[in-house]
Design a binder for this molecule. Structure first.
Ligand SMILES: [Cu+2]
Length: 144
């Protein structure tokens, strides 16, 4: 049998083992949580309304098309000197224009220079959009 004065050392070892397992499980848990977060990470993708956009057609937005995943957000930034808008639809004759998203309903909150507008895409598909004051400015968001 163990002598009386070795028992505290064994107890101490067991205590250390328990503490070690405790912290190890915390760190393992953390890495699992981080992994899950990365797997479901929702991204923000930036699209520029480029300088001189009003006469640039499908080159008015960059990148165009923009490819994203379901749940991602697109943020448009007006890098031009003129005000613009961003709204869903294939053009000014689209009866559903602006129903998916619209930066500037009734020309309110126009995207002036430097201003941004964000929209989160929750379904897969191809979503055309354009600029209401300059309907030849067209772009597409492809969500997969
Ligand atoms: Cu415009």
């Amino acid at each position: 049998m163990l002598s009386g004065n070795r028992q505290p050392i064994i107890r101490l070892s067991i205590l250390f083992a328990i503490i070690t397992i405790f912290f190890l499980s915390i760190s393992l848990n953390n890495s699992v949580i981080v992994g899950t977060d990365l797997a479901s990470a929702q991204k923000e993708t930036k699209v520029s309304i480029v300088s001189g956009a009003s006469t640039m057609g499908d080159k008015a937005f960059s990148p165009n098309p923009v490819n994203i995943k379901v749940g991602d957000t697109v943020t448009w930034t007006n890098d031009d000197s003129q005000p613009h808008t961003v709204l869903s639809g294939s053009g000014s004759s689209d009866p559903n224009m602006g129903k998916g998203f619209n930066s500037s309903p009734n020309f309110t909150n126009l995207l002036i220079t430097g201003k941004t507008y964000s929209h989160k895409f929750n379904t897969a598909g191809e979503f055309p959009y354009f600029c209401e004051p300059h309907p030849t400015m067209v772009g597409k968001v492809v969500v997969s």
